[in-house]
Design a protein around this ligand. Structure first.
Ligand SMILES: *Cc1c(COP(=O)(O)O)cnc(C)c1O
Length: 355
C-alpha cells in the first residue's frame, strides 16, 4: 500500500532527493568513496556547499550583503545564538507558540525581553496582528510558521528594527522579501533536508555590534568568514539540501511551491470545514499551509483512536496531532503531492460515511 508521509519533522522529502543522497552515500561523484568518508575540504565537496549557497540566493532572491550559513545545533541553538550576537540591551519577541516561547526564554539570559504580543490566551490558535514594535529594541523575533499549532504569518513585516525569523517549517514554501529581515534561520528537517543541518541567512552589517565576548563557535562572524567550514560541517545533510534545492528549482521555484501549498491546503481545509466530524483548530485568518491541524468535534471525541487507526490502515502516516493541541495534524511540506492530500480527504469522507 502506498504510504503518505504527513510527519511534522523530520518529514517528507522528494523521492529523487532521497535516492540521489543515498547514491552519494555509496559512491560520491564516481570517486569510489562514500560521501560519509570524504573530507569536507576535499575539492569535490566545496562545490556542494557553494552550489547550495548559490541556490539559496537564487531561489529566495537574497540581496547583496547577506550570507547563507550551514551550521549544526538545530533551530534550538539559534534560540541562543541570536541573542548572543544581537541582544545588547533589549529585544522584542512575538509569542506564537512553544518554539517562540523557547526562543524568548534563551534571550532572557542576555538582556531585557519585551513580549510584544502573545496568543497564549487561546492556546496559540491565532497570530496576533495588533502590536507595537519598540523602536529602541535591538531586534524583533518572530516564528513565521507554528508547526505545533498550525498557524502561519504569511506576511513579511514592516519594522523599524531588524526582524529575526525562525522559518524552520515554512522556508521555501513562498517567496519572501529577505531585505525585510536581519536574520532568518531554521532546522532543515521540516522543509529543506534531512535532520542535522541548520540554515542561517544573515545580514552581515548587523554583526559585531554587541559588546560581550562571543565564543568562537557561537559567533556568526566565524562562520561567515569561513564559509561554513570553520569546523566539520554536516556533509550528508548539506548534500541532501542541495538535491532538494535543485528539485525546487526544477519544479519552478518558490512561486510554484507556494501555488502547490495553496492548492493542497485549500483542499484539506475545505474538507475539514465540510466534514460533520471535524473542525479546524487555528483561526481561519491564521491557518498554516504547512501544518494543518484539526480535531473531532466535541460530540465525536470518542472516535479519536478509531479515526487514527482507520487513517493508518489507509496508508496515512504521522497524522496524530501534537500533545499540546490533540486531534490530528497533517503536515504538507513541499514534497507532499496533491494526490496525498486527496487520499487523506477520501479517508476522512469514508470515515464520516461509516458513522
Ligand atoms: C522543529 C522546530 C524547531 C526546533 O528545531 P530543532 O532543529 O529540532 O532544534 C524550532 N522552531 C520551529 C518553528 C520548529 O518547527
Amino acid at each position: 500500500m502506498k504510504k503518505y508521509n504527513f510527519n511534522a519533522g523530520p518529514s517528507i522529502l522528494p523521492r529523487e532527493v532521497i535516492e540521489k543522497t543515498a547514491q552519494a552515500c555509496l559512491d560520491f561523484n564516481g570517486s569510489g568513496l562514500s560521501l560519509m568518508e570524504i573530507s569536507h575540504r576535499a575539492k569535490d565537496f566545496q562545490p556542494v556547499v557553494d552550489e547550495a549557497v548559490a541556490l539559496f540566493k537564487e531561489l529566495l532572491d537574497i540581496p547583496e550583503g547577506y550570507s547563507v550559513l550551514f551550521l549544526g545545533g538545530g533551530a534550538s541553538l539559534e534560540f541562543c545564538m541570536v541573542p548572543y550576537n544581537f541582544l545588547e540591551k533589549k529585544a522584542a519577541y512575538l509569542n506564537t507558540g512553544v518554539w517562540a516561547t523557547k526562543a524568548q526564554k534563551e534571550a532572557k539570559l542576555f538582556g531585557e525581553v519585551v513580549e510584544v504580543a502573545s496568543s497564549k490566551d487561546k492556546n496559540f490558535t491565532y497570530i496576533p496582528r495588533q502590536f507595537e514594535i519598540p523602536a529602541d529594541a535591538d531586534y524583533l523575533h518572530i516564528t513565521t510558521n507554528n508547526t505545533i499549532y498550525g498557524t502561519e504569518l504569511l506576511k513579511d513585516l514592516d519594522s523599524p528594527i531588524p526582524v529575526i525569523a525562525d522559518m524552520s517549517s515554512d522556508i521555501f514554501s513562498r517567496p519572501i522579501d529577505v531585505s525585510k529581515y536581519g536574520l532568518i534561520y531554521g532546522g532543515a528537517q521540516k522543509n529543506l533536508s534531512m535532520a542535522g543541518v541548520t540554515f542561517v541567512i544573515v545580514k552581515e552589517d548587523l554583526l559585531g555590534k554587541v559588546s560581550r565576548p562571543i565564543p568562537t563557535m557561537l559567533d556568526y562572524r566565524t562562520h561567515v568568514k569561513k564559509g561554513s567550514m570553520f569546523n566539520t560541517p554536516p556533509v550528508v545533510p548539506i548534500y541532501c539540501a542541495l538535491q532538494n534545492l535543485k528539485w525546487i528549482k526544477a519544479q519552478g521555484g518558490v512561486k510554484e511551491m507556494e501555488k502547490r501549498a495553496i492548492e493542497r491546503s485549500e483542499i484539506l481545509y475545505t474538507e475539514i470545514d465540510r466534514n460533520k466530524l471535524f473542525r479546524g483548530t487555528a483561526e481561519p485568518d491564521s491557518r498554516s499551509r504547512m501544518n494543518i491541524t484539526f480535531v473531532l468535534k466535541d460530540e465525536y471525541q470518542e472516535l479519536q483512536d478509531e479515526f487514527l487507526a482507520f487513517a493508518t490502515s489507509k496508508g496515512m502516516v504521522g497524522v496524530k496531532g501534537h500533545r499540546d493541541v490533540g486531534g490530528f495534524r497533517a503536515s504538507c511540506y513541499n514534497a507532499m503531492s496533491v494526490e496525498g492530500v486527496q487520499a487523506l480527504v477520501a479517508t476522512m469522507k469514508e470515515f464520516e460515511a461509516s458513522k
